[in-house]
Design a protein around this ligand. Sequence first.
Ligand code: GAL
Length: 381
Amino acid sequence: MFSDLPFMKSYCCTFLFILFSIICRSQDLIRPGEVWPDTEGKHINAHGGSIINFKGTWYWFGESRLPRTETDRTNYGVGCYSSRDLITWKNEGLALRVINDTANLLQPGCVIERPKVIFNRKTRKFVMWFHHELKGLGYKAAMTGVAVSDNITGPYKYLRSLRPNAGTWPVNFTDEQKVYPVKDGDLKSWTDEWKLAVKDGLFVRRDFEGGQMARDMTLFVDKNGKAYHVHSAEENMTLHFSELTDDYLDFTGKYYRVLPGESNEAPALFFARGKYFMFTSGTTGWNPNPGRIAVADKITGEWKSLGNPCRGTEEENKITFGSQSTFVLPLNQEKNIFVYMGDRWTPRNLADSRHIWLPVKWEDGMPVIRWQSELNINNLK
Ligand code: GAL
């Protein structure tokens, strides 16, 4: 019996080695739609987010939603996680936190969505913009907030919230559109004439004095360092591409209407193969809808819709694999390797919403996405 011992030992070693390799390998994979534990074993609470690389480390910013068990509403804001490999993420805590003061717009009870962070090379500061809804007003305020920090992980100093571009017309707005006679309230919503009037700038004129609406949003820094704040405006009917000042802390007043009247939300932009691309969704709240992809030669347009980028079953395409776009991660710009990042929202417990990361593939020059239950982020082509 004891003569079997060396054999048993080597058998056990081989078994342990295989088990160990399986565990190691499985940790190299991202599993869209599953719980994604951080280094403390908790699901990554960074939704509607974005990622930037700074000095070789990745930083993921997103909505840190209050878990259902959390009663302290001051524990709310923008979460930040760091990683060297995009797989293992360390919670760096709240980069921006609500301010416990009822005189402050950023007080507990307000809503912070889709935060994005960019680095300003001139000022060496990190700038965060986010969709900001005020306490007790539902989604009426439609504002955007800005915060700044010397350190990437924060704490970010909240500067202010506003509706952009008050008192200025879009660059691509005609003189006729500025004086078009139809006013908000003249027409019944969703009739053909109303849709036409919206396309012709009904809400731009309505919001001219107070500033344009800013709900779902993203930031995009162009090759020349100019940054754009891209936001759903005009009651979510039209996207506005609003130029930011050189320090990225304000609007210059120069803005462009993009895909007027086409109801786009969840914009996620990237530059590839000499063109600008943008994933968006339709406007169905937390419920997923058919994704969309648009293309342009210049960031300011003309933007052209290319249709639905999903390449799955009919059912999957109708709901973008159960996701809504939030960001495109440029993994390797030279080799054209990009990852689509989306949210699979769980409205009754937003903290538990799942992350849907899928490689961006190409089909006749058009970016497309296919479902993958596992993603080897280090081996994308
Ligand atoms: C979605 C939007 C989300 C959130 C949600 C609220 O359309 O993309 O960021 O605002 O509506 O219902």
